[in-house]
Ligand binder design. Structure first.
Ligand SMILES: Cc1cc2nc3c(=O)[nH]c(=O)nc-3n(C[C@H](O)[C@H](O)[C@H](O)COP(=O)(O)OP(=O)(O)OC[C@H]3O[C@@H](n4cnc5c(N)ncnc54)[C@H](O)[C@@H]3O)c2cc1C
Length: 438
């Protein structure tokens, strides 16, 4: 019997568990660890609360989690509560599926001013991640600047723009719903260093901006390349650009019917955040494209900003004892192998890119590496203690382990607490989650 520990219960973790079940059939025991008492990683705390159909992918992970040879070890932070060396003593293979939960820095002056957030923090706030639930962004100003032109920036801009009614059926947490309802924001700028042909926004998500109740998207027609230049774009991007063209074509008097302006600001690189304690403005340098990359022109502009959210990517958190690639912001690995017996998958392996489904082949390929290493003898004889050994260690350390059955009780309590039409009201602190299972 082989024992596999998967660290992280997001998509990469559960696809790996699914692949290991298939590859090792009855001859494997898998534990999925998570630092939170609740599973599913960014499916719960990243994917937008008003995109419930996407969150339904967790049903597939639940099926794996409920199998006899798969366990959940919630509320255990690897690297803090238990070390990698200890887990490697207990398991034949340890797979790091810890994602990339830290915001990449903008690296500009003024980044530490108040009301400046990274998207991990801001998204964590409206999705009820315990680490960010108390963020308390100040939404009393007029202008919000969202930095970045990917789907996370779109999520953030859309959430800032929606009315309470538009959150019907979502699982946005109550504190965020109330704060957003009281928001005074009238202008949301989506700021990017490059142009309309370089956006990383997918058409469906971008198109949603055109159907908001109280916000109208706007693109300055002069910012768009000549229409015939769209022909060289791949079809998805071409479709996204056609949405930008539709936004640019909307007459001003139609846009004026909605109280919130959602403006795209292209070819603008953030240079500094300015303010006295709290952010008041963002200084940008206009750019031009040189071989597809943004290059500063020296021309600067100062834009008022009462709230700034940067959506420019994420980094994995290092874990003591695991080689880390500082430049790339993820574990140092060769196609998922860190060394025989220690592997990584998902965002912890390849960085923050792709969709949920991209993590599936990742999980399957890392299991192939484990099988190869087991076959070649690199993992040694199958004599590890696995979960029994971990339980002894957890008891000795007084760790409060949350099982999958416990999670189901937490989930039931969240479902019971849901407001009308919502699927759940999430617990936003760890102590409350743990109380709910008792
Ligand atoms: C804001 C946002 C919105 C997104 N929306 C979409 C979308 O609509 N559609 C789509 O296809 N993709 C979307 N994605 C991408 C998708 O969420 C990722 O591809 C996917 O979640 C990555 O999976 P992962 O398992 O690598 O990491 P994660 O989902 O981040 O899971 C990592 C898990 O590891 C746990 N963990 C971390 N460190 C430790 C530790 N030391 N010990 C124990 N556990 C630990 C975490 O608690 C977490 O549960 C979105 C991403 C973001 C950030």
């Amino acid at each position: 019997m082989r024992h596999i520990a998967i660290i992280g219960s997001g998509p990469a973790g559960y696809y790996t568990a699914e692949a290991a079940q298939k590859a090792f059939a009855g001859d494997v025991r898998i534990e999925v660890f998570d630092s939170l008492p609740v599973p599913y990683g960014l499916i719960r705390s990243g994917v937008a609360p008003d995109h419930q159909s996407i969150k339904a992918v967790s049903n597939r992970y639940e099926k794996v989690a409920l199998s006899d040879n798969v366990g959940f070890v919630g509320n255990v932070c690897v690297g803090r509560d238990v070390s990698i060396a200890e887990l490697r003593e207990l398991y034949d293979a340890v797979v790091l599926a810890t994602g990339a939960p830290r915001d990449r820095d903008l690296g500009i002056p003024g980044e530490t001013l108040s009301n400046v957030f990274g998207s991990a923090a801001f998204v964590g706030w409206y999705n009820g991640h315990p680490e960010f639930a108390a963020l308390d962004p100040d939404l009393s100003g007029r202008t919000a600047v969202v930095i970045g032109m990917g789907n996370v920036a779109l999520d953030v801009a859309r959430i800032l723009a929606k009315t309470r009614a538009e959150f019907a059926g979502s699982d946005i947490v109550a504190h965020a719903l109330d704060a957003l309802e009281a928001s005074r924001i009238e202008r949301i700028l989506i700021l990017g260093r490059r142009g309309p042909h370089q956006i990383m926004m997918t058409p469906k998500e971008l198109g949603e901006l055109g159907h908001l109740e109280r916000a109208a998207p706007h693109v300055a027609p002069a910012d768009l390349p000549a229409p015939e230049e769209d022909a060289i774009l791949e079809p998805g991007l071409r479709k996204s650009v056609s949405h930008l063209r539709a936004f640019a074509a909307t007459p001003a008097h139609i846009r004026a019917e909605k109280p919130i302006d959602l403006e795209f600001v292209f070819m603008s690189s953030p240079k500094a955040l300015v303010g006295n304690g709290k952010v008041e403005a963002i200084e940008v340098e206009k750019t031009r494209l040189v071989r597809g990359q943004a290059e500063g022109t020296g021309e600067t502009e100062t834009i008022p900003a009462d709230l700034v959210i940067s959506c420019i990517g994420y980094r994995t958190s290092p874990i003591p004892g695991v080689p880390f690639d500082e430049r790339a912001g993820r574990f140092a690995n060769d196609e998922g192998r860190i060394l025989p017996g220690l592997y990584c998958v998902g965002w912890a392996r390849r960085g923050p890119s792709g969709t949920i489904g991209t993590n599936r082949p990742d999980g399957y390929s890392v299991v192939e590496l484990i099988a190869e290493d087991a076959e070649s003898g690199a993992l040694g004889a199958a004599r590890k203690h696995g979960r029994a050994g971990f339980d002894a260690l957890a008891e000795e350390r007084g760790l409060e382990v949350v099982t999958f059955r416990d999670w189901k009780k937490i989930e039931e309590a969240e479902t019971r607490a849901a407001r009308d039409g919502a699927p759940r009201e999430k617990f936003v602190d760890v102590a409350a989650m743990i109380r709910a299972r008792d």
